[in-house]
Design a protein around this ligand. Structure first.
Ligand SMILES: [Zn+2]
Length: 123
């Protein structure tokens, strides 16, 4: 499953962040996925449940944000959102566009949890 390797890469980065800040565990991972990234959110969730096992993110929640496909028009210069299968300028209808968003796969944020003792105090 392609999503599993994607998930492991995201987790590795999140775990590195957790280690840098000496966090006990990860509470939440927020990722942003574009429609053209080639990653299916449903499969990513399934892969995450597998990949997180035995790590500091074993009980972490995965939050998936979907981003829109965006193009910049080479003819009129406008930037607009468009469907993934129709990369045309929504202002002038020209097909000479450059993709400016929608193919991303980003780790947006990592929520870190303090060691169990501190966590209990915070509740
Ligand atoms: Zn245009």
């Amino acid at each position: 499953m392609h999503e599993l390797s994607v998930c492991r890469a995201l987790l590795d980065r999140a775990l590195a962040v957790a280690a840098t800040h000496e966090a006990a565990s990860i509470g939440r991972l927020v990722v942003r996925i574009g429609p053209l990234s080639g990653v299916e959110p449903g499969l990513l969730r399934e892969a995450f449940a597998i990949a997180r096992t035995g790590t500091a993110a074993a009980r972490a929640e995965l939050v998936v944000q979907r981003s829109a496909v965006r193009v910049r028009c080479e003819r009129c210069g406008a930037e607009s959102e468009c469907p993934p299968n129709r990369l045309i300028c929504s202002h002038c209808g020209d097909a000479s566009t450059q993709l400016t968003g929608g193919d991303e796969l980003l780790l947006v944020s990592v929520e870190l949890l303090a060691p169990a003792g501190d966590e209990a105090i915070a509740r």
